[in-house]
Design a protein around this ligand. Structure first.
Ligand SMILES: Nc1ncnc2c1ncn2[C@@H]1O[C@H](COP(=O)(O)OP(=O)(O)OP(=O)(O)O)[C@@H](O)[C@H]1O
Length: 303
């Protein structure tokens, strides 16, 4: 299988994907803009489901999907493709086994990269956390989004143009600009996409996701979701706890073959460990201790 075909994903529904009215509303709005020919940008804090919704949207469009993860090290050539020097092909002779022929192809090879692959073939591009790449690397996107035309360097030097396939479309995700390692979105790029701001899920969606991922019953999943939401709403944590914390608590309980209702002490310890870890990223013991106290109080409240 070629390197290119490894980069292409089939547009398949995700296992355990939960579609509540909250998710359906975001998906439907995004789909409308894509249908109208505009790229969509899902922007929001960590753990608000942006990547999952982007892949869900992509699967609904029914075209093969090419995914790129933003990276501070990216250069334009990592997105578009680059001259890869010459390649040597070894050919085994089928009849005389001791004979190996080597074919050397000194002509420069064009290694199509993911963006080129999507633009040329009309695939859906999911560019996850695209603002982690430097603005200079992302500049290549401007003519693609504006004129549906991509500029590349030809093997003979100079520029060539690739017209975007009519089915090509792009979905972007990003974290807010105050996050570490996130670059400011260039105005020109932002103006060419429809940005949908996403926040933490509503209660019903969090509950359905926890149940789907852990197989815990509703009553037990509700306890987890109420505690995580209570901690988030307290506003006293360094970082907001997310659905990831809820999923980790639920899966840990399920692995131990117990439930929050059966084992209150164990549940309390697991909630305190996971939530203090998720909400303090600079190793502050003060924050961890504060979270442990709030979580303990919330557990008393919801038992
Ligand atoms: N609709 C959904 N159905 C089932 N699980 C979901 C859904 N949305 C999100 N999740 C789960 O929630 C978690 C966080 O989602 P996701 O990774 O998409 O968030 P994100 O906003 O892209 O986060 P980050 O900014 O940190 O990359 C994942 O474990 C994901 O599987």
């Amino acid at each position: 299988m070629s390197k290119e075909s490894n980069a292409v994903l089939a547009p398949e529904p995700q296992v355990d994907f939960v579609e509540t009215p909250y998710i359906a509303d975001i998906t439907n709005r995004a789909q409308t803009y894509i249908k109208a020919g505009f790229p969509v940008h899902l922007r929001g804090p960590s753990g608000t489901g942006k990547t999952t919704i982007a892949l869900h949207l992509a699967s609904k469009l029914g075209r093969p999907v090419v995914m790129i993860h933003g990276d501070a090290e990216f250069k334009t050539s990592d997105l578009v493709g680059a001259e890869s020097g010459y390649k040597i092909k070894k050919v085994d002779d089928r009849f005389i086994h001791t004979v190996h022929k080597y074919e050397e192809d000194y002509s420069k090879q064009w290694q199509s990269n993911r963006l080129t692959l999507a633009v040329q073939n009309g695939f859906t591009l999911v560019y996850d956390e695209f603002t982690r790449s430097r603005p200079e690397a992302n500049n290549i996107l401007l003519p693609i989004l504006q004129e549906r035309m991509m500029t590349t360097q030809s093997s003979k030097g100079g520029e060539t143009y690739i017209k975007a396939h009519p089915d090509f479309c792009a979905i972007f995700t990003s974290n807010p600009e105050e996050y570490a390692g996130v670059n400011r979105t260039q105005d020109a790029l932002r103006d060419r996409m429809v940005t949908i701001d996403i926040d933490h899920f509503d209660y019903e969606t969090e509950l359905q996701i926890v149940m789907a991922k852990s197989q815990l019953f509703q009553e037990d999943s509700e306890k987890i979701v109420k505690i995580v939401r209570g901690l988030r709403e307290s506003g006293k944590t360094e970082f907001d706890p997310t659905i990831r914390g809820s999923i980790m608590i639920a899966k840990t309980m399920a692995t131990l073959e117990t439930t929050p209702s059966e084992s209150k002490e164990l549940f309390s310890t697991i909630c305190q460990d996971i939530l203090s870890s998720e909400t303090s990223r600079i190793g502050s013991k003060t924050n961890q201790d504060r979270v442990r106290v709030i979580v303990k109080d919330l557990i008393e409240q919801y038992y």
